[in-house]
Design a protein around this ligand. Structure first.
Ligand code: GRF
Length: 206
């Protein structure tokens, strides 16, 4: 069994979709931890209902950032976590954690990276920027996490059309359907060790 940790701050629909997929398909992966930087995020209920331990950890509560990273690592290593999935987690992952879990942290971004990513590009802002850019397509990206926001290698992407009269909400809804399709798939590839990274490029083994 491959142990997974989820990091989330919001409603957790991606976390829930992956969780369901693991069970439905009898995949050899299980969530053993949910970490959040919010005290009682909506996604906590999903974890509690599934019997997954929830840990609230906020860097602001630590005067020394190194102590925060060590605490995160302790939570992860004590549960023998092998892969981390970020979904709607707005904080940067400390460098110590990225190094320890190199190429074993995934994130989902609601646009086609390397466009429309980086610090401050989350939620409605992303979809607003896409619409204002005039792009005719948007989509979702599952990527490897490194020390910078939205910069790691692209694992999976898929697209949706952008309509002339789109609102950020309507586009977000369309993109979310893609997220729920490609993120569980990427996690399936991760736990079966099929994601191979070569420089900027990623190969999914058959
Ligand atoms: C998603 O749109 C994801 O792309 C972004 O944050 C949102 C999280 O949604 N990183 P949810 O909490 O999984 O419903």
């Amino acid at each position: 069994m491959v142990n997974l940790a989820a990091f989330a701050s919001g409603r957790g629909s991606n976390f829930k979709t992956i969780l369901d997929r693991l069970v439905e398909r009898g995949l050899p992966g299980r969530y053993v931890l949910l970490v959040s930087d919010r005290i009682h995020p909506p996604c906590e209920d999903i974890a509690l209902a599934a019997g997954i331990p929830f840990v609230y950890l906020n860097s602001k509560a630590f005067s020394d950032p190194h102590q925060y990273a060590l605490r995160l690592l302790k939570e992860l290593e004590s549960r023998q976590v092998h892969w981390i999935t970020l979904a709607g987690y707005l904080k940067l992952i400390p460098a110590e954690v990225v190094q320890r879990y190199q190429r074993h942290i995934l994130n989902i971004h609601p646009a086609l990276l390397p466009l429309f990513g980086g610090a401050g590009m989350y939620g409605e802002r992303v979809h607003k920027a896409v619409i204002e850019s005039g792009m005719k397509v948007s989509g979702a990206t599952v990527h490897v996490v490194d020390e910078e926001y939205d910069r790691g290698q692209i694992v999976l992407q898929d697209t949706v059309p952008v309509h002339f009269d789109d609102t950020p909400e309507a586009l977000a809804h369309r993109v979310l359907e893609v997220e729920h399709r490609i993120y569980p798939l990427a996690v399936e590839y991760a736990i079966s060790d099929r994601i191979k990274v070569y420089g900027r490029r990623v190969e999914i083994l058959p």
